[in-house]
Design a protein around this ligand. Structure first.
Ligand SMILES: Cc1cc2nc3c(=O)[nH]c(=O)nc-3n(C[C@H](O)[C@H](O)[C@H](O)COP(=O)(O)OP(=O)(O)OC[C@H]3O[C@@H](n4cnc5c(N)ncnc54)[C@H](O)[C@@H]3O)c2cc1C
Length: 447
């Protein structure tokens, strides 16, 4: 454990990607910073497929080389299919409007998160692992006091990167669940899932069904992350135990079943429920909320880690400016609020459309007039910081208008709906015999 001064300029709660990015930037801006993390890294975390904008950020932070030395799979696009399709519709990323990268990676988070936390340490950030913040004792313009089992932490400012725990949101009573996006996710790692050859083999595959969607994300040469996201009420109506729901879904999707044939996984899956919420306002006297501690967007488009790191860096810059001159606090908070709001509302807009069958038909059609698909893909690559361009905005507006027309007068060929509930299960020819959560090599993380 690091030695602790009486007070830090900035106390960061949470050693995930948002917290590490914030602390690294704060240290580089000359602030004394600490990270308080309840777990001991490396630890399992879901959220393994990244966006091209994050590649650009890692490059800007000087961290790309060390991240690329970790086991990972390059990601040049994404593929989509209906649950009973044989083939996928493939999309490829392009460079962003400001010259941002056109490729990303998928990676096990135990490797990635530890790498970032180590980088923060090397910047002089004091890292306190296995230290849980139990309570916010004081939070106001003059600073923050946090209670932990190993004593109180004092800071001139708080950056809350506590993820879905939403420490400050719960303390202030601002956490609001978005009931229309109320979903539950079931996921686990598989070894030996079938992949296509070449660059397209690194694409994450999104498999759609009426009840939700599956993801299949290649993580390294042998391991693939597979998950199923469903509406809560539908999942409950099946009566299947939560830790067996992924197997239930795979047995009903010919597309996923074909790809897992011959692979192996543990018998039970992880579960994550009740995501999609906001804790606005994202900044206030003495604090900034970053990453999932600010807002959580349905993970369909893999936006979480990119959003987390981008907001972490932005918040650290705001804190540095405020600590230099308190008079800029209202302006910097308002700027930060706009920054998070403009990106997250763009993502929320696409996520809400994604759950409409008409949007899936138009999206799977693969092309559209006036490059509207390119605009959607550019948003899905994360090329919307510090704010979406005019071209992205009007093209997405046009996409929404065309979707409206499509629902009344078909503009692209119809796609058959696919329902897990209405499909006869077939036993998948894969072996449930290993426990990927406990495997020793999951902890043998290269530095
Ligand atoms: C099913 C699912 C699939 C997803 N898929 C993707 C994906 O493919 N791509 C993607 O980019 N994102 C994905 N996400 C989202 C992604 O997981 C998150 O957006 C991302 O992890 C946010 O990073 P963070 O640093 O804000 O929070 P986290 O990574 O959750 O880190 C928060 C840290 O705070 C610590 N902490 C919490 N409370 C306390 C406390 N009181 N005291 C001390 N420490 C504390 C936690 O231990 C944790 O380490 C997915 C999410 C879900 C639920």
């Amino acid at each position: 454990m690091s030695t602790r001064p009486a007070k830090f300029d900035v106390v960061v709660v949470g050693g995930g990607p948002a917290g590490s990015a914030a602390a690294i930037r704060a240290a580089r801006r000359g602030l004394s910073a600490c990270i308080i993390e309840q777990d001991q890294h490396p630890r399992f975390h879901i959220g393994e497929s990244f966006l091209p904008r994050q590649t650009t950020l890692l490059r800007e932070l000087g961290l790309l080389d060390r991240v690329e030395r970790l086991p990972h799979v390059p990601k040049f696009g994404a593929s989509f299919a209906m649950g009973d399709d044989i083939n996928t519709t493939d999309f490829w990323f392009s460079p962003g409007p400001r010259g941002e990268d056109a490729a990303a990676i998928s990676i096990e988070r135990c490797h990635f998160d530890r790498c970032l936390l180590d980088a923060a340490r090397e910047e002089g950030v004091a890292v306190f692992e296995q230290t849980r913040v139990e309570r916010i004792e004081r939070l106001d313009e003059s600073g923050v006091t946090l209670d932990t089992p190993s004593g109180s932490f004092h800071g001139r400012s708080l950056i809350d990167a506590s993820g879905q725990s939403t420490l400050t949101g719960r303390h202030l009573g601002t956490r609001r669940t978005l009931s229309d996006l109320c979903r539950v996710a079931y996921f686990q790692h598989f070894d030996g899932v079938h992949r296509r050859d070449g660059k397209v083999g690194g694409h994450p595959i999104i498999v759609m069904c009426d009840e939700g969607w599956f993801w299949m994300i290649p993580l390294n040469e042998t391991r693939t992350s597979i998950g199923l996201v469903m509406r809560h009420d539908i999942a409950k109506s099946t009566g299947v135990p939560a830790d067996r729901m992924l197997a239930w879904g795979i047995e009903r999707s010919p597309f996923v079943r074909a790809r897992v044939a011959g692979s192996a996984s543990s018998a039970s899956n992880h579960v994550c429920a009740d995501f999609s919420y906001t804790c606005a306002p994202y900044a206030g006297p003495g604090y900034f909320l970053v990453g999932d501690a600010a807002t959580f967007i349905d993970p369909i488009f893999s936006t979480g880690v990119c959003m987390g790191m981008m907001s972490g860096v932005e918040a650290a810059d705001a804190v540095a400016d405020i600590l230099r001159s308190r008079s800029v606090a209202p302006t910097r908070r308002a700027q930060y609020e706009r920054y998070v709001h403009s990106a997250s509302s763009m993502f929320f807009g696409l996520v809400r459309k994604y759950y409409q069958h008409g949007f899936r038909e138009m999206f799977l059609n693969g092309t559209g007039p006036l490059e509207i698909h390119r605009a959607a893909l550019s948003v899905l690559a994360g090329h919307i910081f510090p704010s979406p361009t005019f071209g992205q905005r009007w093209r997405l507006g046009l996409f929404a208008a065309l979707l409206h027309v499509h629902e009344k007068r078909r503009l692209v060929p119809a796609r058959q709906r696919f329902s897990l509930l209405n499909t006869e299960p077939r036993t998948s020819e894969h072996v449930f015999d290993i426990d990927t959560r406990e495997r020793p090599d999951a902890l043998a993380v290269p530095r």
